[in-house]
Design a protein around this ligand. Structure first.
Ligand code: HEC
Length: 151
């Protein structure tokens, strides 16, 4: 279950992940502020970072900057992990539903990898073709679990 492992480690390295934030520079201070107010290693700052990456991905798409699209998709695929404490809270809260949570994380991961591959191949249609699956993964987890896990 590689996606359980994905959730397992500590770092909140999203802002240090190397993808340019320039497309979102006007939003970066807000994102940093929300992250600072949330528990380190918690889901919420991770999610704020994911939303920023999606913003950068779309921005790259409109500018046909496939390098920016690929960097943003890679950052989504390699998103930071929640802390062991947060992971424990998620597992305790969701119980036997936890595998579905991990599956939604996996759907986002796999779609992000496919988008990064398409971007590397300069295949704009391929990027667009996988974007729906990526965003469906985000929304699927939110509709199933967000209310139960919200702090
Ligand atoms: C595996 C489950 C899961 C996946 C996949 C997921 N999210 Fe979330 N997301 C959550 C949960 C749970 C919350 C509520 C966290 C909280 O309020 O503490 C949340 C909250 C959010 C928030 C609100 C943060 C805030 O400030 O209240 C945003 C934005 C967000 N997610 C974006 C995304 C994006 C973009 C993706 C896809 C790239 C994504 N999420 C994928 C579970 C998920």
């Amino acid at each position: 279950m590689k996606h359980l492992a994905l959730l397992a480690s500590l770092s909140i390295a999203l802002l240090a992940s190397g993808a340019p934030l320039s497309a979102c520079s006007s939003r970066a201070p807000d994102a940093a502020a929300s992250g600072a107010n949330a528990a380190p290693g918690g889901l919420k700052p991770l999610m704020v970072g994911l939303a920023d990456r999606l913003h950068a991905l779309h921005d790259g798409l409109w500018r046909e900057d496939l390098g920016a699209v690929g960097a943003a998709a890679t950052a989504v695929a390699q998103h930071p992990k929640v802390s062991p404490e947060e992971r424990g809270r998620i597992q305790r809260t969701l119980g036997e539903d936890f595998p579905r949570f991990a599956a939604a994380d996996g759907q986002v991961h796999d779609a992000a990898v496919a988008i990064a591959d398409a971007a590397a191949a300069k295949d704009l249609d391929g990027v667009v073709g996988r974007l729906g699956a990526l965003e469906a993964g985000c929304v699927s987890c939110h509709t199933q679990f967000r209310a139960r896990l919200r702090r």
